[in-house]
Design a protein around this ligand. Structure first.
Ligand code: SF4
Length: 287
C-alpha cells in the first residue's frame, strides 16, 4: 500500500499584517465597482428629484474619496475581518488574532482613519487604534488564505435585529420581520442600503450568515429559487416604503436583499437582519 504525506504550507502569521493594513485603507477609500455600478443604476430608477440629487452626491463623494485617497465616510467603523484559511496551512509566529489586530492598527494609523472602538461597552474608553477587530476565521479546503476586510459603520450596524420566531409563522413571518426592521430603521442606516438576512442556525450563526450575506455582489440572487424569489419580493416592498436615499424620500431605499439560510432546530426559526449603508466598504486579497 502506498501512503502519501501532504506537506502543509508553512505561513508565518506576520504575513497577514501588511496585507490587512493595505486592505483597511483600500476599503475605506474606495467603494468597489459592483457597488458604484449599483449606485449609478439606481439614479436611473429613482423617481424623486431629491433622491436623484442625493444619489449623485453619494457618487461624487465616493469618487472624490477614491481620487484623493481619503475616507469616504468619517465613520470608519468596526473592522470586521473574515479569513478563509486553507486547511493545508500550518501557521508559525504570534497568535493569528494578534497579527490581525496588528494589521488593523497599522491600517487605521497609516490611513488617518477614525478610531471608533471602546475597550468596554460601559466605561467607553477608546482603545486608540481601532482594535480589536471582529475576526471571523473559517477553515476551507486548499492552501490559500482569502482575507476580506469590511469596516462596518455604527449607524447601519446599530439598526440590525435578531429574533427567534415561532416556526409556524413560516416565510411570511420572516418577511414581516425583515420589512419591520428596515422600516423602523428609516434613514438612520444612511440608505441606499444592502439588506443581509440570515435564516436558521443558532442565534450566533444566524447573525453571522446575515453579515456574510452583505458580501454577495449586488444583483446576484440566491442559488435557491425559493429564497431568490423572496429576495426579489422583499426588495420591491422595501423600495415601495418611500424612505429613499439618505432618508430624504424616494424610491431607492435598498440596492439589494441577500438571504442566506442554514438548517436549524425543530423548535426554532431564527432570523437576523444586518444592514449595510451606502458606505459599503470591503476589500479582499488572497495570500
Ligand atoms: S451608517 Fe454608514 S454612511 Fe452612515 S455615518 Fe455610518 S458608516 Fe457613514
Amino acid at each position: 500500500m502506498i501512503s502519501y504525506i501532504i506537506m502543509p504550507r508553512i505561513l508565518d502569521t506576520s504575513a497577514v499584517v501588511p496585507v490587512i493594513a493595505e486592505l483597511v485603507k483600500k476599503a475605506c477609500y474606495e467603494l468597489d465597482d459592483n457597488f458604484m455600478g449599483a449606485l449609478r443604476e439606481a439614479i436611473k430608477k429613482e423617481e424623486s428629484p431629491y433622491g436623484r440629487d442625493t444619489l449623485q452626491l453619494l457618487i461624487d463623494n465616493a469618487e472624490y474619496a477614491k481620487a484623493e485617497q481619503i475616507a469616504c465616510c468619517h465613520d470608519t467603523g468596526t473592522c470586521v475581518v473574515i479569513m478563509e484559511i486553507g486547511q493545508e496551512i500550518s501557521w508559525t509566529g504570534e497568535p493569528l488574532f494578534d497579527a490581525v489586530n496588528a494589521g488593523v492598527r497599522r491600517g487605521y494609523d497609516e490611513g488617518y482613519l477614525r478610531k471608533s472602538m471602546v475597550r468596554d461597552p460601559l466605561d467607553r474608553v477608546n482603545t486608540g487604534d481601532n482594535t480589536p477587530a471582529v475576526f471571523h476565521p473559517e477553515i476551507v479546503a486548499g492552501d490559500k488564505v482569502h482575507i476580506t476586510v469590511m469596516p462596518k459603520g455604527g449607524g447601519s450596524e446599530n439598526m440590525g435585529a435578531f429574533s427567534t420566531l415561532v416556526p409556524a409563522v413560516g416565510a411570511e413571518g420572516v418577511k414581516d420581520f425583515v420589512l419591520k426592521t428596515v422600516e423602523d430603521a428609516g434613514g438612520k442606516t444612511c440608505p441606499p442600503i444592502i439588506v443581509g438576512v440570515g435564516v436558521g442556525g443558532t442565534m450566533d450563526w444566524c447573525s453571522w450568515i446575515a453579515k456574510k450575506a452583505l458580501l454577495r455582489p449586488i444583483g446576484e440572487r440566491s442559488p435557491n429559487p425559493f429564497y431568490a424569489a423572496m429576495e426579489e419580493e422583499l426588495l420591491e416592498k422595501i423600495n415601495n416604503m418611500g424612505i429613499g436615499p439618505l432618508g430624504m424620500g424616494g424610491r431607492i431605499t435598498a440596492l439589494d436583499v441577500h438571504i442566506e439560510y442554514y438548517p436549524c432546530h425543530i423548535t426554532a426559526l431564527p432570523v437576523a437582519v444586518n444592514l449595510q449603508c451606502h458606505a459599503s466598504r470591503r476589500a479582499e486579497a488572497v495570500i
